[in-house]
Design a protein around this ligand. Sequence first.
Ligand code: CDP
Ligand code: CDP
Length: 239
Amino acid sequence: QKANVSLAIDGPAASGKSTTAKRLASIFRFRYIDSGSMFRAVTLKCVENGVDPHQQPDKVASVASSLDIQFPDYGTVSVNGELVTHQLRQESVARAIGPIASNPQVRHTLAEHQRRLASTPDARYPGFTHGKETIQGVVMDGRDIGTVILPHAELKVFMVADVRDRAQRRFQELQGKATLDQVMADIEARDLADRTRTISPLKKADDAIELDTSRLSIDQQVAAIQKLVYQKLQQHPTV
Ligand code: CDP
Ligand code: CDP
């Protein structure tokens, strides 16, 4: 017997979503879909091609639909066959993302791609055995996964953390490429834009479980969600 589960992980910038989602996917051998990287990929290509996201929304939309965004492995991203994992993490990309994330045509194109990937079986992600069942699934992280993209996900987690902790984490990742104050200001600006846009804002789904990661280690975050998955499986033996 086979069962399918979807895990939706949402929350503000640097709350720990992608690190946790990636680990969980690899533990459960589920597919991992990093929706934030899709928005970052569209932004990177717009910047490279000199498309102005504020002045040229239609061009941004055609860039979005021209891109083949794939996740060849847990944590790597390719666009039209080229690996762009590291370029996507630049602060310049994060800073330019606002008008692209609030472009309805871009969101429509990416939502279709996200749902298509989520429902396409892939032999690389065989799932795990639970009793007599094979549990296959997908872990997707972002801002609107539990609310809009996968509203029927079996488990929804909304990760939060104190903004100072989040800024400190991102600052460490950037290894001196920006000051702590800059990183904090960028995170606050992006959170505000994400929470207040009219289309698919950052918001906890009513049935999501909130997890505050401010005082948790990565291992503790992962263990907490793993436990929730097993609890779900216990409640609904055939999810
Ligand atoms: O890793 P970090 O939290 O900094 O960002 P990300 O998850 O890579 O997402 C980058 C940006 O893409 C977010 O600030 C959102 O503006 C946008 N995004 C979105 O609008 N919807 C999603 N499902 C995922 C990301
Ligand atoms: O995907 P999101 O932007 O929510 O966050 P992330 O990229 O997974 O995590 C941001 C940074 O915080 C990464 O460098 C993690 O290693 C680090 N971190 C964490 O996720 N959880 C902790 N408890 C401590 C650090």
